[in-house]
Write a protein of this length. Sequence first.
Lengths: 111, 120
Amino acid sequence: LAKTTQPISMDSYEGQEVNITCSHNNIATNDYITWYQQFPSQGPRFIIQGYKTKVTNEVASLFIPADRKSSTLSLPRVSLSDTAVYYCLVVRYNQGGKLIFGQGTELSVKP
Amino acid sequence: GAVVSQHPSRVICKSGTSVKIECRSLDFQATTMFWYRQFPKKSLMLMATSNEGSKATYEQGVEKDKFLINHASLTLSTLTVTSAHPEDSSFYICSATVSSGRDGYQETQYFGPGTRLLVL
């Protein structure tokens, strides 16, 4: 599976839009991208996933350029409760959804 | 979203004893479940893939005789840490896969809340 690289940490303030970019240069055509959020001492929570272009749900948007070598998770108007670790993962189709976690991005939202 | 539960949420045991952790998919059936462990301030490490009705597939470096996995039904997988030692103290998390037909065939993992194991 393609290795992912994302910033180790990011700081933001309440009400701002936060964009976390992840690179996955070796993504294959049968891979898609998924993002998870994790709070301390909890299991990760699914945020969003996509294959190409733009995907939006009630909590976030995911932008994937045409070459798919990177993706950007966009969190609109963050609040203090969005302080968490965010993981970008590349998933291969038809492998049961197997996930290999990288280091993640520790987002700190300040008042 | 799909709900996955784990029991117990935390357990303290003496060195040398065995501990069983249950993972259940509450509102869906899961042919595939996964087990992870996570140390403080570290990322999740995949331990094994649990397939209903067949033997688990362990990741490299994970002792299958140490971490016994049983996936006896479509809603239950168990992880037994045998002869636990203090170095087995960790946060153990399970997940279960839900298949979606949107944007093609995608499989989304939903995670349990985790089990904190402390071996004294």
